[in-house]
Design a protein around this ligand. Structure first.
Ligand SMILES: NC(=O)c1ccc[n+]([C@@H]2O[C@H](COP(=O)([O-])OP(=O)(O)OC[C@H]3O[C@@H](n4cnc5c(N)ncnc54)[C@H](O)[C@@H]3O)[C@@H](O)[C@H]2O)c1
Length: 339
């Protein structure tokens, strides 16, 4: 059994990726701080070992005898990345560059950095991997810096691949309702009306969580000379959507009337992405579309498998509460004792 270290394994993508890798016959060494709890991962087994640590100081020895690293750990969206810019740089850029260096030192063969299409910023054209980038937020800038530092380590012995993921949707045990399609589905379930960012004409690319995990698996299994030192957008051309028609199809998918509530000021940020390269090089195609994602999330809400009001599902709010709780506890405890 080959071992794959997955950092951020307790997260939205990481927990689905852990299932995907175990099913494909890998042993997973899951590394996470577990900011959202440990529950998203199954119990330990011969295929799963769990280590609670931080990528900024994780022990290099954990990477001994490991085939590959998939480095998901990060403060995972634009607003969370602005809570404390210094920490975002320390984790999302330096933390991941550090993991990539330690992995190379330990003889790991492959390192995969799941980055984001948000590094393209906003353009009128359809963008591919050779298009100029325009990262607008700390989150996107830190991703771009991590891409540069990790790709620079690629060599004949060390295969490094960057994946620029579209916005992800679909069901996960660490659920995120701060992702557009999941949030729309939750709005329909809770209020019979979905939240829609003005003016609905903006374009965005999307990918199902199981499909992005399959792309990561494909990068482990592709011949190194096809992927080493390369950047791949992950998604499909057909899943570039304008937000308003997308929202209508989500309501149709769950069988509810198309009711919506506007929020935010008009969003002039719009972009479309080409996913031709990953299909051309690896024959990769997505299996799911947003209606599949909306249906599975809606059914999980209906059956109480998911809690629409779980405070951990809105990433930035949860991080903000953790910081406030931490401050409060520090002020309240005396000599380390709370009660
Ligand atoms: N979900 C998306 O739409 C999307 C799109 C593009 C890129 N990405 C990227 O994919 C990755 C995973 O995203 P996600 O949606 O699963 O986010 P997530 O927030 O659910 O998962 C991130 C995980 O990393 C862990 N973590 C954070 N800082 C850590 C640290 N210093 N040390 C160890 N563990 C730490 C958290 O506890 C969490 O379990 C992120 O890098 C994100 O930027 C996500």
């Amino acid at each position: 059994m080959k071992t794959v270290v997955v950092t951020g394994a307790g997260g939205y993508i990481g927990s689905v990726l852990t299932d995907t890798l175990i099913e494909a016959g890998y042993r997973v060494l899951a590394v996470d701080r577990f900011f959202f709890g440990r529950e998203a991962l199954p119990p330990e087994s011969k295929s799963l070992e769990v280590v609670r640590t931080d990528i900024r100081w994780m022990d290099e020895a954990l990477l001994n005898d490991v085939f590959a690293v998939i480095d998901l750990a990060a403060l995972s969206n634009d607003p969370a990345g602005e809570l404390d810019e210094e920490k975002t740089w320390a984790v999302n850029h330096q933390g991941r560059a550090r993991v990539a260096r330690l992995a190379r030192n330990q003889g790991v063969q492959r390192y995969i950095l799941p980055s984001s299409c948000s590094i393209y910023g906003f353009h009128d054209d359809v963008l591919d991997e050779t298009s100029p980038v325009n990262p607008l937020t700390t989150y996107a800038k830190a991703n771009l810096a991590a891409e540069g530092d990790t790709l620079a380590l690629a060599s004949g012995d060390y295969c490094v691949v960057v994946l620029r993921q579209a916005t992800v949707y679909g069901l996960s045990r660490r659920m995120r309702f701060d992702l557009a399609i999941n949030g729309m589905t939750r709005g329909l379930f809770k209020n019979g009306s979905l939240p829609l960012l003005r003016d609905g004409l903006q374009w965005r690319p999307f990918v199902h969580v199981k499909d992005t995990c399959r792309a990561m698996l494909a990068m482990l299994e592709a011949p190194a000379d096809q992927v080493n030192g390369e950047i791949f957008n992950v998604g499909s051309d057909a899943q570039n959507y304008q937000v308003m028609p997308l929202a209508r199809s989500i309501a149709d998918a769950v069988g509810l009337p198309f009711e919506y509530e506007w929020y935010g000021s008009t969003d002039h940020r719009s972009y479309r992405i080409s996913f031709a390269k990953i299909e051309r090089v690896l024959g990769y195609r997505t299996n799911y579309d947003p209606t599949d994602g909306a249906r599975e999330v809606y059914e999980a809400l209906q059956s109480n498998q998911l809690d629409a009001d779980d405070p951990r599902t809105i990433t930035v709010d949860w991080y903000r509460s953790l910081i406030e709780m931490h401050d409060f506890l520090k002020e309240t405890e005396i000599e380390g004792v709370l009660l």
